[in-house]
Design a protein around this ligand. Structure first.
Ligand code: PLP
Length: 490
């Protein structure tokens, strides 16, 4: 049977068929009418599908086959890429000593888990060049907010209440200005110049006594290294502001340089991106925050410390911004990141950065004759191209993305960053083979040719997927989340 013909579980249902068997009831039956008001009691039986175990398993397996993940194919979604998910990490995260502990257990019983967290914090501090790291925040955006609250607490402790502005480049990830707002600041945009880097003159203009911080991604979201970073740090520090580093994707810098060396004061990392945590379906994530010495008093509490040979939670932190998440962060993701860092070691992480950058530059060079590359220089772990040339033929970045589905690829990020026309942002990651990169390049080149010779192939894509184009606005605003019988059956 072809995939699209596969019937849904409600259509397979036959009265009385069942996939499970329950033992005879051996406890007294409860009279629900005595326990609940009649408002809460069902009048009719729920309409559940009645199917066999095998039909049920096939239903869910068929649904999972319609999904696309990093385990099924190449997934070059720039910036938010699902990167490497080593299977050895899964085994380690499932070890009883990690998987079966409870956050309310006394510290004396979970010293091993605390040691793991402490060593992870230390490794992340070394990688980022920060003094102290907290693992509490559960995502990149929460890390941004935490870091900005720390900066805010610092300025307030100094009586600097007029520092209300956070400077964010126009190429920044959308969470940056959003986090600045939620933390109570006014985001101010600084422009990108013709090099694709922060416009230094404009940065000088927007920096002043009201500057709380500059939030920066480096390499930036165009995949370019902000080579003026030392000068930028001086401009911000001279004005009394702090530098915030969005380290969601650190694949290009690990073991090469660090935000600490570049002059940053606060950093967040996404352990569910660079450090291999699987984040399919939106979570869970982990967005640790590291700070330089001066800001340590403001880190959230409790802070994990080492007291002699013992690991313990320090709650006695009067200047801390408070607790930002129940318990101590998404522990399982932290275990995976720890396992990854320990298996790679410093030389391995250094190699990761080299491979990530090599792969991105290789792919960029292969595509250069067929697509416009807006910034002509070496990229870091990702690059952007523009479908401007194809747009003249009536084919847009969206169409190319849809056509890639037919070739079996997850499309890259499109229309981001906002400052590149018909933008496609590609991050191949360090783990892909040359063969995979070549096959993807061949597909992109074939699509460029189709755009010239038979544009309808691209404009009407995808042709091979279970469903073709969605009305994305309707899908977001009015999603159909339950099975609905086809019209003629009703
Ligand atoms: C993914 C990403 C974020 C946000 O991280 P979440 O964990 O999704 O909140 C922030 N900045 C950059 C550059 C990112 O790629």
């Amino acid at each position: 049977m072809k995939r699209e013909e596969q019937r849904l579980i409600f259509e397979l249902s036959r009265p009385g068929r069942s996939g499970g068997s329950l033992p005879e009831n051996d406890v007294p039956e409860i009279n629900v009418n005595e326990l609940f008001s009649s408002d809460y009691i069902r009048k009719d039986e729920p309409e559940l599908p009645e199917v066999s175990e095998l039909q049920l398993i096939r239903h869910y397996t068929a649904l999972s086959n319609r999904n696309f993940g990093v385990d099924s194919g190449f997934y070059p979604l720039g910036s938010c890429t699902m990167k490497y998910n080593p299977k050895v990490n899964e085994g380690i995260a499932r070890m009883a000593g990690f998987a079966h502990i409870h956050p309310y257990q006394p510290e004396s019983q979970v010293q091993g888990a605390l040691q793991m967290m402490y060593e992870l914090q230390d490794s992340l501090a070394a990688i980022t060049g920060m003094n102290t790291v907290t693992l509490q925040s559960a995502a990149g955006a929460q890390g941004e907010w935490t870091g900005l609250m720390i900066i805010r607490a610092f300025h307030e402790a100094n009586g600097d209440h007029q520092r209300t502005k956070v400077i964010v480049p126009d190429s920044a990830h959308g969470t940056n200005p959003a986090s600045a707002s939620v933390a109570g600041f006014d985001p101010v945009t600084v422009k990108t110049d013709e090099r694709g880097l922060v416009d230094l003159e404009h940065l000088r203009e927007v920096t002043g006594p009201d500057t709380a911080a500059l939030m920066l991604t480096n390499p930036n979201t165009l995949g370019l290294f902000e080579e003026d970073i030392v000068e930028m740090a001086e401009i911000i520090h001279d004005a009394g502001g702090k530098l915030y580093y969005d380290g969601a994707n650190s694949n290009a810098i690990m073991g090469k340089t660090s935000p600490g060396d570049m002059g940053f004061d606060v950093v967040h990392l996404n352990l569910h991106k660079t450090f291999t945590g699987p984040h399919g379906g939106g979570g869970p994530g982990s967005g640790p925050v590291g700070v330089k010495e001066e800001l340590v008093p403001y880190l959230p509490k409790p802070l994990l410390v080492k007291d002699g040979e013992d690991y313990t939670w320090n709650y006695d932190r009067p200047e801390a911004i408070g607790r930002i998440k129940p318990f101590y962060g998404n522990f399982g993701i932290n275990v995976r990141a720890y396992a990854y860092i320990r298996t790679m070691g410093p030389t391995g992480l250094h190699q990761v950065s080299e491979n990530a950058v090599l792969n991105a530059n290789y792919l960029m060079k292969r595509l250069e004759p067929y697509y416009d590359i807006p910034y002509q220089q070496y990229c870091k772990h990702e690059f952007v191209l523009s479908a401007k040339r194809q747009k003249k033929l009536g084919v847009r970045a969206l169409d190319i993305a849809k056509r890639l589905l037919d070739y079996g690829y997850h499309p890259p990020t499109i229309y981001f960053p906002l400052n590149v026309e018909e933008c496609m942002m590609i991050e191949p990651t360090e783990t892909e083979s040359k063969e995979t990169l070549d096959e993807f390049a061949d597909a992109m080149i074939a699509i460029a040719k189709e755009a010239e010779e038979e544009p309808d192939q691209v404009l009407e894509a995808p042709h091979e997927t279970v469903i073709s184009r969605l009305d994305e606005t309707q899908a977001a605003r009015k999603p159909i989340l339950r099975y609905e019988k086809a019209k003629e059956e009703q």
